[in-house]
Design a protein around this ligand. Sequence first.
Ligand code: NAD
Length: 290
Amino acid sequence: MKIGFIGLGNMGGPMAANLARAGHEVTGFDLVTPCPEGVAKAKDAQAAVLEADVVITMLPNGAILRSVADEIIPAMSSGSCFLDCSTVDVESARDVAEQAQLAGLLAVDAPVSGGIGGASAGTLTFMAGGSDEGFAMVAPLFDIMGQKAVHCGESGAGQSAKICNNMILGVTMIATCEAFAMADKLGLDRQKMFDVVSTSSGSSWSMNTYCPAPGIGPQSPADNGYKPGFAAELMLKDLGLSQQAAENIDADTPMGALAKALYAEFVENEGGRGKDFSAMLPRFEKRGRT
Ligand code: NAD
């Protein structure tokens, strides 16, 4: 396939490289980041999408996605597919898909889970929204860039799944961190805490796979000075997206709202910016009830 790839940052770069390694003809464009090996550099976004069968975007947010979509949709070939893998608000995903469909294109929103490690290893999980035809066209690319793709429903359904998933993740990470800090004060050994919780009903991905306590459980950013990983500010962005959606649809999400408030405090006032989102544990260690 001919693939245009726009947004070659921490995630997009390795995803594009994996597609090129698998034998696809990939042309890339990024305002700042250089193309990875095997990806041809286009002079601008329009040049990257000309004659492409599939155009993939991996961009920071919905506003940037909308502006890139305005630029590239008129240049895309009829019948080609616009595959957005960024994490954006559900409304932007739906609007961009509609704009693409009106221009005679297929459109799929497919945000990912699995982080930078998953992008490099080709083990991402894709959660996709769009037509059956669109999903079928890009499914072979999901197989290269990831290990699992779930077709969640119509346009926007991928983003809906992503923000619900990450709302759970933000809440469980905070709960895991506050419980570790409390266990410390109770005099409980951290390894014993992990051994019990990871095999009990308090277990979660945050505890079992991404344990926020250094030296405990599998390797995680906690073992690397809380270097991200998944930055606290990206978690804050995703919690903002879920709260924005909750407001739009009148959903009651008190735990999500509290998680957003705590990450906002952490990122904006407590030195959390640039740290992994699991660095909530040292935050709780330093605090008492008041
Ligand atoms: P990043 O900042 O490393 O990469 C974004 C890239 O987009 C940058 O290289 C930037 O130069 C480029 N860009 C911005 N505006 C552009 C434009 N108008 N034209 C062309 N290029 C442009 O971010 P990332 O970590 O790769 O994340 C990308 C998306 O993936 C985000 O939506 C993020 O929420 C999501 N995501 C990230 C992770 C993670 O662990 N990093 C995990 C899952 C999902």
